[in-house]
Design a protein around this ligand. Structure first.
Ligand code: DNO
Length: 354
């Protein structure tokens, strides 16, 4: 297992590489080319510049999170094949830069969704939280207004002002797309890219939907065990794998995460491990990583990863905003470093008692 932290790039991420370097037993970072649009084809040279920057700090780029999928691919609109050709070019560039894991998602329109980025907790920290009573009442036609009035809106990935400006067109693109159609479009994409992934040794790691249910009436196809098993069978090739995100799958208390992990043996290339606290149906908040602070049994999650001999990338995820730190929402250094040390402790104990 290779321990990593997500890094949002110099000038943007207040958490600098030299700070990440001091996290105990850290291997590297996962990052991306932040100036790229999903439709752009990546160039090896651009990645090599980023790679040198990370390596000069004594770390490696362990994986790319994310190479985003253009809406044209998700909706099978007219530019789909051109976008796939470019995506294939990006996979080659990633491989030529010596990186072998790509995290991506197939969420419609938005990436992860929260209703509050700074929910106060009893310990004085703040966390990201989600209340379906808030999100569920937003009329997609009034999404821009609702988002501008909502502190969470414009700071989440996928909610950038330039995307919100064309939100009606985006919803229009997805208007005829139900879960079956989205899944068929995913299959088309995976079948097209898999020969390249195989040839260049690049592992694709699908991130689950977050939260694990439909938001704004949009289709969701990566919510639970059944969805993830369907994914890996769509193209039964080890390069077609999963980012096991305990927090995203954990939004639905019916998801048995250790069981999901065991069912995906050999196909988990990346693990995002974090805890979450269920408050009531459709209402959750993120928490510290330790089991006692949330609703997930983190020991059982790490044990399941150990049982399947997981040897991919792992990163702690989100956590609380503590000690006055200002950071990218959900990505402070302090609570992620505490979280990773806790996960490392669990792992060491599990290894020694195995
Ligand atoms: C949230 C992240 C996601 C993830 C993407 C992968 O914190 O885990 O935004 O990076 O869904 O494409």
């Amino acid at each position: 297992m290779k321990k990593t932290l997500r890094w949002f790039g110099s000038g943007v991420d207040p958490v600098t590489l030299d700070k990440i370097r001091q996290v105990p037993d850290i291997y590297g970072v996962v990052t991306t080319l932040y100036d790229k649009q999903p439709e752009d084809e990546w160039k090896k040279e651009e990645l090599l510049v980023l790679k040198k920057q990370v390596e000069d700090a004594g770390l490696v780029i362990a994986g790319i999170e994310s190479v985003n999928i253009p809406d044209a691919i998700k909706t099978a609109s007219k530019d789909r094949d051109m976008c796939i050709e470019r995506y294939i070019g990006s996979i080659k560039a990633v491989s030529e830069a010596g990186i072998d894991t790509i995290c991506y998602n197939f969420m419609a329109v938005f990436d992860w969704t929260r209703s509050d980025l700074t929910k106060p907790r009893e310990d004085g920290s703040t966390v990201l939280s989600y209340d379906h009573a808030v999100i569920g009442q937003i009329d997609p036609d009034n999404l821009i207004d609702a988002m501008l009035n909502n502190a969470a809106g414009c700071k989440l990935p996928g909610w950038e002002p330039e995307r919100l400006a064309k939100i009606k067109d985006l919803f229009e693109m997805y208007s005829g797309i139900d879960e079956n159609a989205l899944c068929a479009n995913l299959e088309y994409f995976l079948k097209a890219i898999m020969p390249t992934c195989e040839k260049y040794g690049v592992k694709m790691a699908m991130h689950p939907d977050d939260p694990g249910w439909s938001v704004f009436g949009l289709p969701r196809i990566m919510k639970n065990k059944q969805d993830l098993l369907r994914l890996i069978k769509l193209v039964d090739n080890p390069h077609n794998g999963v980012t096991l995100c305990s927090g995203s799958l954990g939004t639905n208390p019916d998801n048995d995460i250790p069981d999901i992990i065991r069912s995906l043996k050999g196909r988990i290339h990346f693990a995002h491990v974090r805890n979450i606290r269920h408050n009531s149906p459709g209402n959750f908040e993120e928490s510290a990583h330790i089991s006692s602070d949330g609703s997930l049994d983190m020991y059982e999650i790490m044990k399941a990863l150990h049982d399947i001999k997981f040897d991919g990338l792992l990163r702690p995820d989100h956590g609380r905003q503590i000690w006055g730190e200002v950071s990218v929402p959900g990505y402070g250094l302090y609570d992620r470093a505490i979280g990773l040390s806790y996960l490392s402790g669990l792992w060491e104990a599990i290894q020694k008692s195995a």
